[in-house]
Design a protein around this ligand. Structure first.
Ligand code: PHE
Length: 341
């Protein structure tokens, strides 16, 4: 029995040390130290020993059990340490690998120009107003002295949202004149930038959606001279002091008198070229003195007050500002194009 115990001790400790995996080690524990293991099997034979031998073998058996238990624990620790090492190695971060720089966007050319224009007007004491793109025909037309039956209200030009033509996508930012005058008392100095919609085919200079900046000034003693002075000032602020402008008579139902404003072509200095289509001039906005009917419709006393209004096409400013030749590029959202500005 002594030999058997010594043999188990040698064999088991050796087996433990050979085992490199936690699951294998558990199998070894069961094999040598388990209830049906080899050590237990030997102890079961204690009954066959003599009275003198029994305590001696009992002590030896205990020693062997203690030796096995401690060898097992030692190996367990080694295996755990090795596993931790392996994991740490696997999960190492190489902090010297260059990172991926997040791509930062920037302002769209439309926003760049819009912000520049806003800055100029804010500097002149204007407020910025915003209003709905889905508009009542009443505001878009009727109250702007464009009654039912007027050719400007044709279905062929306007995106109506109702059979009865009462609701539409605004065709101009001018309804903002009404919305502001309704809610405010003069003096009024406001601009209202935003999207407008017309049933236009897409080409290099047209889009069914485009942007306007409406402007409105109402105060005592406002004249055409204020209109000219203000708009000249704005155009010079945007395009340089030397920029020449031209005020041409025009017609809008809601201003009287009305005009269109051209600026001398930056590309040819007025001689006529491709950019200005040979004209020497580029149209930038429509304007005029607010029609007394429009003022009165908003409860403004025309004996005391007068005003001027204007509407600027923003896309045209952007094309000019960045020498872009096709308006479609502005709306296609191709980053290869947009990232140039
Ligand atoms: N709303 C006009 C247009 O879209 C422009 C305009 C605005 C003209 C204000 C006069 C006064 O053409």
């Amino acid at each position: 029995m002594r030999e058997k115990l010594e043999q188990i001790r040698l064999e088991a400790i050796n087996a433990f040390q050979q085992t490199k995996e936690a699951s294998g080690l558990e199998a070894m524990r069961v094999k040598y130290l388990g209830k049906k293991g080899e050590l237990t099997a030997v102890l079961k034979q204690m009954g066959t020993l003599s009275a003198e031998e029994r305590p001696v073998m009992g002590q030896l058996a205990n020693e062997v059990r203690a030796a096995l238990t401690s060898a097992l624990a030692k190996q367990q620790k080694l295996i755990e340490a090795a596993a931790l090492d392996a994991r740490l190695k696997e999960e190492t971060l190489d902090v010297t690998i260059p990172g991926k720089r997040p791509e930062l966007g920037h302002k769209h050319p439309m926003s760049i120009v819009l912000d520049e224009v806003k800055d100029v007007f804010i500097g002149m004491g204007f407020e910025v107003a915003e209003g709905p793109e889905i508009e009542l025909a009443d505001y878009n037309f009727t109250r702007l002295n464009t009654p039912e039956g007027h050719p400007a209200r044709e279905w062929s030009d306007t995106f109506y949202l109702k059979e009865d033509s009462s609701l539409l996508l605004r065709t101009q930012t001018s309804p903002m004149q009404i919305r502001v005058m309704e809610n405010r008392t003069p003096p009024i100095r406001m601009i209202a930038p935003g999207r407008v919609y017309r049933k236009d085919e897409v080409d290099a200079t047209h889009s069914p959606m485009f942007h306007q900046i409406e402007g409105l000034v109402v105060d005592k003693g406002i004249t055409m001279a204020d209109l000219k002075g203000t708009l000249n000032e704005v155009i010079c602020a945007l395009y340089g002091k030397e920029t020449k402008t031209r005020f041409r008579p025009h017609h809008f139902p809601f201003t009287e008198p009305s005009c269109e404003v051209d600026m001398q072509c930056h590309a040819c200095g007025g001689k006529g070229c491709r950019v200005c289509k040979g004209e020497g001039w580029i149209e930038v906005l429509g304007a005029g003195m607010v029609h007394p009917k429009v003022l009165e419709g908003c409860g403004i006393d025309t004996d005391l007050y007068s005003g001027f209004a204007f509407g600027i096409g923003v896309e045209r400013l952007v094309l000019r500002r960045f020498s872009i030749t096709d308006m479609r590029l502005i709306f296609e959202n191709d980053v290869r194009f947009l990232s140039q500005f």
